[in-house]
Ligand binder design. Structure first.
Ligand code: FAD
Length: 404
């Protein structure tokens, strides 16, 4: 988010300084599943979510888990999430996300072009697979909403699935092919490549931990880090799941939490997938990448401090092997990352209410890779009061103001 925003600000002539405690793309953006999920327009906070969650939490093979010790800290976030699970809110959020994601690839295009990153992108689509009529029926609303918003799709039966992805075990009765999705063969290298472009065009990179701001009247005048101070005409907070204290320092208390996600990458898979496959029942995506075949997904609520749960990596690897019986599982690497998660499933893309030269760009949950360029584009528009490409009102910080 920070790199894409920097690139868009730079296009408007701003002199950009990126302050990051790590190198470009070394946060959650390093290990995601690589999908430009342009059709992920329905929020997680759907009306049927509260009814599904208890059974999911009791199922040991479930894609959703919680560290019970973390529950007391999560309760306010969960309460807000449940209150967003109404038909009215889900309809509004779908409309909002359709706007954001509708601009996703158009906003990436000039960035890929100028960074020479097109080689890292594949336009193969994605195949969603469902084990039975029940799980397919459960996705009916989501599929219908995608269709209504013009996302192209093709419904497949068991034979169609086998023809498209012969490596899959013959356990799926229904599939949906979305031909217009794209994926990257390496999200880490992609972010680094965009970062190199930003640097070459004159941006300064400071490896330090930002911990506050200086002010002149109502304006922010500098970003303070543990060892330096950086004067600024405008500031953008894009620190992913770690953005909450920085936003609070700007006077915006927001209910940002994290949905931790896991990946296992099979370095020598021994099989080839021509396109990514999303196992809808197990809720993870298998993406063919340069580092290998990557299975990425799951949601764990456990905050920012607890170590990864090795049982979730084991589960992800074993579920992948069940779906791809010929997969070689000998050479794997495990990773866990922190999706920045807002309870209403909408990111914050906003000017701050108190300081007209401070902006927020975080909380993109499951779609941060997809929506980074569109977000950066929007922040650059906000910074110069230009009309944005899509309606930014649903993403304003004010929707939660003084609620936390
Ligand atoms: C398993 C998994 C699979 C996923 N798959 C997909 C997918 O297929 N498609 C998709 O669109 N999205 C996917 N996502 C979501 C996506 O990865 C995230 O939404 C995205 O990476 C968030 O980007 P970000 O820039 O906001 O955060 P990050 O990438 O985490 O970047 C935040 C940066 O801020 C820095 N930082 C934090 N605090 C400070 C501070 N105080 N001072 C200085 N620097 C700081 C960090 O060092 C880091 O570099 C997936 C996520 C996971 C976990």
């Amino acid at each position: 988010m920070g790199i894409a925003t920097g690139l868009y600000l730079q296009r408007d002539g701003w002199q950009v300084t990126v302050i990051d405690a790590k190198g470009p793309g070394e946060g959650t953006s390093s290990g995601n599943a690589g999908m430009f999920a342009i059709g992920h327009i329905t929020p997680d906070a759907m009306p049927n979510l509260p009814a599904k969650v208890p059974a999911m939490l009791l199922d040991r093979e479930s894609p959703l888990s919680i560290r019970w010790r973390y529950l007391p800290r999560l309760i306010p976030w969960l309460a807000k999430c449940v209150s967003a699970c109404t038909t009215e809110q889900a309809t509004r959020s779908t409309q909002a996300l359709a706007g954001l994601l509708g601009d996703a690839m158009a906003s990436y295009k000039p960035l890929f072009q100028s960074a020479g990153a097109n080689d890292l992108i594949r336009n193969k689509g994605v195949l969603y697979v469902y084990r039975n009529s029940k799980s397919f029926a459960a996705a009916e609303l989501e599929i219908e909403l995608k269709r209504e918003h013009g996302i192209r799709m093709e419904i497949l039966d068991a034979n169609g699935i086998r023809e498209l992805v012969p490596a899959l075990a013959p356990v799926h009765s229904h599939g949906v092919l979305y031909p217009d999705y794209a994926h990257t063969v390496d999200p880490f290298v992609l972010t680094q490549t965009l970062g190199v472009r930003l640097k070459k065009a004159g941006a300064k990179f400071v490896r330090s931990h930002a911990n506050g701001f200086s002010y002149e009247g109502n304006l922010v005048s500098a970003v303070k880090t543990t060892d330096s101070t950086h004067c600024a005409d405008i500031v953008v907070v894009a620190a992913g799941a770690y953005s909450r204290p920085l936003a609070a320092a700007l006077g915006v208390r927001l209910p940002l939490d994290t949905e931790r996600g896991y990946h296992v990458t099979f370095a020598d898979p021994g099989i080839a997938l021509d396109l990514p496959v999303l196992a809808a029942d197990e809720h993870f995506l298998m993406t063919p990448m340069t580092p290998g075949l990557r299975s990425g997904g799951l949601v764990e609520f456990a905050g920012l401090e607890a170590p990864p749960n090795p049982a979730l990596h084991t589960m992800l690897a074993s579920q992948t092997k069940k779906l791809l019986p010929d997969l070689n599982t000998e050479n794997t690497s495990n990773w866990m990352g922190y999706r920045p998660a807002m309870p209403d499933s909408l990111p914050v893309i906003s000017r701050t209410p108190k300081h007209s030269n401070a902006f927020l760009a975080f909380g993109h949950g499951h779609i941060g890779l997809t929506s980074a360029a569109a977000t950066g584009h929007a922040i650059a528009d906000l910074a110069v009061d230009r009309s944005p490409q899509f309606d930014l009102r649903p993403f304003r910080a004010e929707r939660f103001l003084n609620e936390t």
